[in-house]
Design a protein around this ligand. Sequence first.
Ligand code: AMP
Length: 214
Amino acid sequence: MNIILLGPPGAGKGTQAHRMVEHHGMRQLSTGDMLRAAVKAQTPVGQKAKAVMDRGELVSDDIVSELIDAELTALAPETGVIFDGYPRTQAQAEQLDGLLAKHGRCLTRVIELGVDEDALVERITGRFSCAECGTLYHDMANPPKTDGVCDQCGSTEFKRRPDDNEETVRTRMQEYRAKTQPILPHYEAQDLVARVDGMASIEDVSHAIDALLT
Ligand code: AMP
């Protein structure tokens, strides 16, 4: 299975991708996570990407497609992939077509998480993750069971993304509307697109996605 998860920032792509990894033994390929790791490690890619990411704009198509190519090269062909936050432009969608062909993979589904944009800012500015294992939380909607302790690994260290502030979120939404939504017809033409209500509970969204994958 090779799935694309599409949706504006805060739609729940990362949360659902984590669940699909757990339930279906798939691999999550998040270009956002890869870029954040590159920024942290201060690699040449990270140094180039940092300012762009801090503004909420999109990093160059070639950079992200090269990151995806490297990951697919390292992956066993039978391992299913969830593309999380990629592709985000028409050029990336075309580059992904080439990469899938190169690595002998076919797309199974493109799942778009639909959300009410007014709720997104609140969702995004409340989110944080475990600094150790990356489990995602939200101040209101999904806090750890014990305050200040990660449910998964027991760590007491948490972090917030520097681009999860209101101003940057608005730019990221504009980028989604202007550059990412227009790639949907590319996949609609192949009858691959399914829409899931991303405003439902995490459990319900997860069930809706599972139903699409069986
Ligand atoms: P995300 O974690 O998916 O919200 O991505 C965080 C930031 O990384 C975005 O706002 C972009 O600056 C950059 N980014 C992640 N994925 C891509 C992509 N496919 N194309 C361009 N920029 C990306």
